[in-house]
Every structure is written in C-alpha cells, then in structure tokens.
Design a protein around this ligand. Sequence first.
Ligand SMILES: Nc1nc2c(ncn2[C@@H]2O[C@H](COP(=O)(O)OP(=O)(O)OP(=O)(O)O)[C@@H](O)[C@H]2O)c(=O)[nH]1
Ligand SMILES: [Mg+2]
Length: 199
Amino acid sequence: MKVTQVEFEVSAVKPAQYPDEVLPEIALAGRSNVGKSSLINCLIERKNLARTSSKPGKTQTINFYRINNQMFFADVPGYGFARVSKSIRAAWGKMMEAYFTERKSLKAVIQVVDLRHPPTADDQSMYQFLKYHQLPVVVVATKADKIPKGKWQKYLKVTKETLQIQPKDHLILFSAQTRQGKEELWHLIEEKLELKSPQ
Ligand SMILES: Nc1nc2c(ncn2[C@@H]2O[C@H](COP(=O)(O)OP(=O)(O)OP(=O)(O)O)[C@@H](O)[C@H]2O)c(=O)[nH]1
Ligand SMILES: [Mg+2]
C-alpha cells in the first residue's frame, strides 16, 4: 500500500470510545517494549507518530490511526510488563477482552514477538487467546537486525515451534531499523483487509 495520508484518530480505553466501524482494521499485539509502535511507524513511514520509548509500558491506551481513509491500525498496549500493579493488569485484561471480542471490523492481528528470544508464556497465551477468538494472526518476529543473517532461519524455527503457529497463519521476519519485511507485511495486510484478492 502506498501510504499517502495518516491521521491519529483517537485514544481509547473502552468500546464507547473506539472509532465507528467504518473501515477495516488491523491490530497490533505483543509484549511491552517489543516494538509494536515502531513497527507501525515503519509501515506508515512516519518517525514517531505512534509514540515509542525505550521504557516499557509507553502505550497505555488503544491508539487508532487512520491510513489513507482505507483502514485503521489499532496500537494496543503491551502485555507482560512486570512492574505494574495487579489492578492495572486487571484493567488491561478487561480492555483487551473487550477489544478483541467485540471489534467486528477487526480483520487480523499482527502479533509482534522478539526474534532474539523464544516467545514467552505471555506470548503463547496471547496467540492462543487470539486463536480461541478465531482471529487471523500474522506473527512478526522483529529486531532481526540484532541477529546475524545466517541465524535467522534457526531463530524463526524456535518462534514457530514455541508459539505453535497454525499453518494458515504467517510468520514474517522484520526489523523496524532496516525495514526488512516491510513489503511482505504490507502485502499480507492488504490481503487481510480484502482490498486486494489473495494470490
Ligand atoms: N534494534 C531494533 N530496535 C527496535 C526495533 N523495533 C523497536 N525497537 C526499539 O525497541 C524499543 C521499544 O519500541 P516500541 O515501538 O516503543 O515498543 P512497543 O511494543 O510499542 O512498547 P509499549 O508501547 O511499551 O508496549 C525502542 O527503544 C525501539 O527503538 C527493531 O526492529 N530493531
Ligand atoms: Mg507502543
């Protein structure tokens, strides 16, 4: 997709605040600090529209971005951030449950994991949760720039096996720093949005 127009739409914590379901939507899910906001910025070629931070827990609300008046990206707060209170964690769970179960315009979820490490127990729960709700998932293993090229396949295999990625879900190698995987990911997103028929 050629991104010509990007607008920050709204920050939401509950369904009443979500944008109307007028456009197909793709959500990001992943551990806190894994690189979800960076991935959005890379896809839309904006430096810091989706706010990123070296400190985990930057994104606390569901942030919606309107792309070309064709789709929304929903940047969802990360999970697995240990230093939050139980009440915050419970609020996060409620927010996620509401979003992933009620959002009818949601076409697919990009689950972002760190290529360098085997997916965590939280990553596995998230993938299973998404599958339970029958959502198509594209798993993106990011920060590939931190691993030598010769080891990519070995690390991808660990990601695939640990998450037990279903055959119909895709796994993509990515780096927000080198833009590796950007075209492949856009291609899949367009397919999921049904803007273009699958090949
Ligand atoms: N080397 C490298 N660093 C990355 C990459 N993607 C993200 N980062 C860095 O990882 C850190 C976290 O990135 P964010 O995009 O803010 O992560 P997030 O998943 O949105 O985090 P939360 O909003 O806290 O859930 C930042 O310091 C980024 O610069 C990548 O592909 N390669
Ligand atoms: Mg973020």
